[in-house]
Design a protein around this ligand. Sequence first.
Ligand code: 5CA
Length: 201
Amino acid sequence: MGTGESEAFLPVRSREVARALAAAGAGGRVRELAESARTAAAAAEALGCEVGAIANSLVFISDGEPVLVLTSGRHQVDTAALAARWGRGALRRATPEQVREATGQAIGGVAPVGHPAPLPTLVDTALLDYAEVWAAGGTPHTVFPTTAAELVRITGGRLLPVGPETETERETEAGPEPEAAAAEPERRRRGDGYGAEAARG
Ligand code: 5CA
């Protein structure tokens, strides 16, 4: 799929994203919104879709490298539960400078692709609940339609739940460490999972 005429008028960051989508054979095109969609709630409002169908592109630092967690706007990332599931070291939210360095994009417009180099990527299984999902297109004013399966394909990412551990995980030895489970309510009170902030705006 080539770059459409309208994409020539997109901001430069979004043209990078449009190029990456086209190169990956993605079906959706980047489009510009009249209103800013800096958060999942704002994007859902502008698009008239459910907040859960917004895929927030959240950058964390883990084991000394930036990683990307494509998270449904309906909930927040439980960083300890996700690190355990993903088999990675602790996930810490990237600073605005680290986000810019890793993605070439600014917070509020970070896209799943179009970065200087691909990041290890995780796709939230909650996004499977929506026939169509929307992700940022490189700026707060741009978005593109996609699906969870397509996000997995174009990012080379892995599908995993990002929310708190499930009953099944708690009951099986394959689940996260008991310490992580015990610490979970404390983390939720502090609210340092990322998605809820996006939903709250
Ligand atoms: N355009 C929308 C979705 S289409 C968007 O980009 N949403 S987002 O969730 O991916 O981007 C906003 C995220 O940036 C929020 O989750 C918020 O937690 C995060 N954020 C806001 N300020 C900072 C900051 N100072 N440092 C790191 N992350 C931040």
